[in-house]
Design a protein around this ligand. Structure first.
Ligand code: NAP
Length: 282
């Protein structure tokens, strides 16, 4: 049976480390804070935002919530971002996605100061990730790396297969694995004979967004399987991309959903907020 990689526990350790560092900043008279901007009434987004506020409280950050109505214009949102960019009490700015259709996400994300871009979505930070000279970690991929490290799983020299090529997960995931000297294959919806690719993986990362997508026949015996997916099954229960039971019987280590990558994404956001606050304090 596979080792179950406990994302909740590893995330709690990361947050405890962040908290200890935040306490030092506070003792030095700093009061670091994260601004979270939510536009509209998406119930899932609301849950994500309230979780981020809880994490801030746990780590000792101040959190500033800006809940704007669904009909907010792009100009209004950009005006708020400008204000937050200029506000020295705000170290990190996070705009919860998705945004309503009248607002261009790219325009908004590009307007956030790269120094406060704790999601690492600004092109300057994305470019830095590409060249391996980055301060802000892409939250979900960095959470995956942290889990592998905390579980004593070596990346260097391993064949890592990432299913998914989104800007938020797949691409930066592949880049971080490459920086750690994995041999990386990126798969997507146009990949031919996907299972032949995934069966090569020593470390398989699924970031597809389809429940039950990765089945046991797609996984090599003894592989490490990381499930980034966050989906709802037919009964409305949260589940990943991986058929957990059958894959766990074949893998050497696996992440559950819930309790796997999700908590790690949140913990790395806190670490990025700490990085922003330290930089501002220098
Ligand atoms: P996305 O932008 O929809 O990307 C999905 C990727 O999967 C695309 O690259 C797509 O390929 C690929 N794909 C779709 N169908 C496929 C198929 N049949 N065969 C091979 N590849 C296929 O999604 P995302 O934002 O990366 O998120 C992926 C999943 O991770 C979602 O469930 C999301 O909710 C979850 N997520 C979780 C966390 C967390 O903290 N746990 C954070 C972020 C996202 P094409 O590019 O060719 O279309």
């Amino acid at each position: 049976m596979a080792q179950i990689i406990d994302g909740k526990k590893i995330a709690a350790n990361v947050k405890a480390e962040v908290r200890a560092e935040v306490e030092k900043l506070r003792a030095a008279g700093k009061n670091p804070g994260l601004a979270v901007v939510l536009v509209g009434n998406n119930p899932a987004s609301r849950v994500y935002v309230s979780n981020k506020e809880k994490d801030c409280a746990e780590c000792g950050f101040r959190s500033y919530e800006y809940a704007l109505p669904e009909e907010t214009t792009e100009a209004e949102l950009l005006e708020l971002i400008d204000r937050l960019n200029a506000d020295s009490s705000v170290n990190g700015i996070l705009v919860q996605l998705p945004l309503p259709k009248q607002i261009c996400e790219q325009t908004v994300l590009h307007a956030i100061s790269p120094a406060k871009d704790v999601d690492a979505f600004h092109p300057e930070n994305v470019g830095r990730i590409m060249i391996g000279d980055f301060q802000f970690l892409p939250c979900t991929p960095a959470g995956v790396i942290e889990m592998l490290d905390a579980s004593g799983i070596e990346i260097a020299g391993k064949h890592c297969v990432v299913i998914g090529r989104s800007n938020i997960v797949g691409k930066p995931m592949a880049m971080l694995l490459l920086h750690r000297s994995g041999t990386v294959t990126i798969c997507h919806s146009r990949t031919k004979d996907l299972a032949a690719q995934t069966r090569q993986a020593d470390i398989l990362v699924a970031a597809v967004g389809k429940a039950g997508f990765v089945t046991a026949d797609m996984v090599k015996e003894g592989a490490v399987v990381i499930d980034v997916g966050m989906n709802r099954d037919a009964a409305g229960k949260l589940c990943g991309d991986v058929c957990y039971e059958e894959v766990a019987a074949k893998a050497s280590a696996i992440t559950p959903v819930p309790g796997g990558v999700g908590p790690m994404t949140r913990a790395i956001l806190m670490r990025n907020t700490l990085t922003a606050a330290r930089n501002a304090a220098e």
